[in-house]
Design a protein around this ligand. Structure first.
Ligand SMILES: NC(=O)c1ccc[n+]([C@@H]2O[C@H](COP(=O)([O-])OP(=O)(O)OC[C@H]3O[C@@H](n4cnc5c(N)ncnc54)[C@H](OP(=O)(O)O)[C@@H]3O)[C@@H](O)[C@H]2O)c1
Length: 351
């Protein structure tokens, strides 16, 4: 199962809104097939695994065990049901980490395997599987994207100078890692003042991968048209109170600018099949997510050698559980998990 999860994560960032899935076929302690779901719309892990078995080994399939981290699907989507393929191939045993909460599967995949006389074992490395697919499980179960808060702070706990001038807090290694993270999430968001003062691109230009949807707040549509967020480099949502229109890659999304704003945004994101969002600041936006208890994990860089004495204080998380702490260049990266999260961090796992 560890090998399944390792294979699954090779699809990180590319399978959304689908989960990351790996499959391994074992005969007498020997791996005879492996596969993963590479990207959304492509063949599923179980099919790739069965197709990878060498011609000379195919007769072993009915005596083999398939390990797969998610319940095989039971419905025809872009591809046919994997549970039927496993039944046709008469695989002897299927070992599963997590049942699929997706309502078109949810137990039906296992029922097809049972009916075909295949022995089914569930719950193997369940916590690890939940962690790997936390975005997918959160989206399907809680009907909202998984929410990651990310910020950088000085050693004395500030996110920015008081005058909101742009200050590069972290080192190059942390910046590169942040760009890698952008490729792994479906959307990225900043507050109005960050968009205005920092003029960010919010692109993943330091790491090759998928570009997330960019989102910013602009209540009265006062961001200058020269702002980088209006460039053509990515689809962008401008949340505002004025109108709902689309102009090229720029989507003007009307939301109420009151205590329901974040809830309204999450509904819009759910409807657009956005399974995760990384919120990159500023402090006011982070604090509004924290106040609504709308966050799942926080990734905090601390620049150990930078003190500015005064500024915008970094947010304070409520009921946060420690994940890990590690050095990234000269900075320290801390992972914190919301204690109410259904997807606790499992020691030793990747982000
Ligand atoms: N260190 C870091 O990681 C980091 C990251 C990002 C930014 N920064 C820095 O942080 C500073 C900006 O942060 P900030 O805290 O002042 O501003 P911010 O969070 O970027 O933007 C705040 C503005 O966004 C709108 N807004 C935010 N949350 C809202 C909500 N829930 N509902 C309605 N409107 C909401 C409001 O604008 P309106 O009232 O006009 O609608 C509010 O004034 C900049 O200096 C930037 O460089 C640092």
């Amino acid at each position: 199962m560890a090998q399944c999860l390792e294979l699954a994560q090779r699809g990180k960032g590319n399978t959304t809104p689908n989960p990351m899935v790996g499959a391994v076929l074992v005969h007498n302690d020997k791996i005879i097939g492996e596969g993963l779901h590479h990207f959304y719309g492509s063949a599923h892990a179980e099919v790739n695994c069965l197709d990878s078995v060498a011609e000379d080994d195919k007769y072993l399939i009915p005596e083999s065990t398939m390990y797969v981290n998610l319940e095989p699907c039971a419905h025809t989507g872009i591809t046919p049901p994997c549970a039927n393929r496993l039944a046709e191939e008469k695989v002897k045993r299927v070992v599963i980490a997590n049942k699929d909460p997706f309502e078109k599967v949810s137990g039906r995949g296992i029922a097809i395997l049972d009916a075909a006389g295949i022995e089914v074992v569930t719950g193997v490395s369940e916590q690890e599987g939940l962690w790997v697919n936390r975005r997918f499980f959160c989206y399907e179960t809680h009907k909202r994207p998984y929410i990651i808060l990310k910020w950088a702070q000085t050693a004395d706990g500030f996110m920015a100078p008081t005058d909101k001038s742009k200050l590069q807090i972290t080192g190059q290694e942390s910046m590169e890692l942040s760009h890698k993270w952008r490729t792994e999430e479906a959307a990225i968001m900043v507050g109005y003042l960050t968009a205005l003062h920092d003029n960010p691109n919010l692109t993943a230009r330091l790491y090759q991968g998928r570009q997330p949807l960019r989102i910013t707040l602009d209540r009265n549509l006062t961001l200058p048209e020269t702002n980088n967020l209006f460039n053509s480099e990515a689809a962008t949502w401008i949340l505002n109170e004025q109108h709902e229109t689309v102009s090229g890659n720029i989507h003007y999304i009307r939301v109420p600018f009151d205590e329901n704003m974040l809830h309204a945004l999450l509904i819009r994101l759910y409807d657009a099949h956005i399974t995760s969002i990384i919120v990159e600041g500023g402090a006011e936006l982070h604090n509004s997510f924290i106040d609504c208890d709308l966050w799942d994990e926080a990734r905090i860089f601390t620049a150990n050698e930078m003190n500015i004495g005064d500024g915008i204080p970094a947010p304070e998380l409520k009921h946060a559980a420690p994940g890990f702490e590690k050095k990234v260049g000269k900075d320290t990266l801390a992972l914190l998990i919301n204690q109410n999260s259904d997807y606790p961090y499992v020691t030793g796992m990747e982000l």
